[in-house]
Design a protein around this ligand. Structure first.
Ligand code: GRF
Length: 220
């Protein structure tokens, strides 16, 4: 049985697009049954529509508190039969009750190698820090932002002359491979949470292709 997945977005939805594409394979262990955006103008909604996936706007501005917004969101997810939840560029913190309810059934993607560079505006901070390797992380959601058991990570080089935009584009490409890979591990039951770590009954498989720039153009 394919796991029924809900995807939460706030904007562009390119990770949603990658998940939609992957879920088209009949042997992929997950199927997207609902997309929810808290922003009415989110471009990602068009991707859901084009793929004929039910999509909803639940505008956080219509609610007096985080808890009220989350209660309506939770209701919509349950009505759609969502078993696994994926945040994909969802720019709202959840209430503690919501996080507890979806504990170990709720993933997020972050554009850094966590626990480094938690929070917003990741790529300028990566460049400021002068690190040479960054990447992206898919992790289970916990109440504190960008924390939780790590499911999968992909490493991406910082290249000479990178701007936040060029680095962000390279990391985003890795994200589009990593999220489908991580969701597969979780949806198939290949990995599970034990304590605050992700463990697998089989070793985590090879990482997906991580980045495309030909390295020999940049390194001697
Ligand atoms: C991605 O970089 C993701 O890691 C972060 O927000 C961005 C969303 O991009 N959480 P998109 O909406 O999936 O294109």
């Amino acid at each position: 049985m394919r796991k029924h997945v809900g995807v939460l977005i706030s904007g562009r939805g390119s990770n949603l697009g990658a998940l939609i594409e992957t879920c088209k394979a009949h042997d992929y262990p997950a199927k997207i049954v609902l997309v929810v955006s808290n922003v009415p103008s989110a471009q990602g909604l068009l991707r859901a529509e084009a793929a004929l996936i039910p999509a909803l706007v639940i505008n956080h501005k219509d609610f007096a508190s985080r808890e009220e917004f989350d209660a309506v969101l939770d209701n919509a997810l349950n009505e759609a039969g969502v078993e696994l939840l994926c945040n994909a560029g969802f720019m709202r913190l959840h209430s503690e009750g919501f996080v507890a309810h979806w504990r170990d059934r709720h993933l997020n993607i972050h554009p850094s190698l966590l626990p480094a560079f938690r929070g917003l505006h990741t790529h300028p901070r990566v460049l400021d820090a002068g690190v040479m390797i960054t990447g992206c992380t898919v992790h289970f959601v916990r109440a504190e932002m960008d924390t939780g058991p790590i499911v999968a990570q992909a490493a991406v080089p910082v290249l000479p002359g990178d701007t936040p935009e060029s680095l962000g584009a390279r990391v985003l490409e890795a994200e589009h491979h990593l999220y489908p890979h991580a969701l597969k591990l979780v949806a198939s039951g290949e990995v599970r949470v034990e304590g605050e770590h992700v463990v697998g009954t089989t070793p985590i498989g090879p990482q997906p292709p991580l980045f495309s720039p030909p390295l020999d153009e940049h390194f001697d």
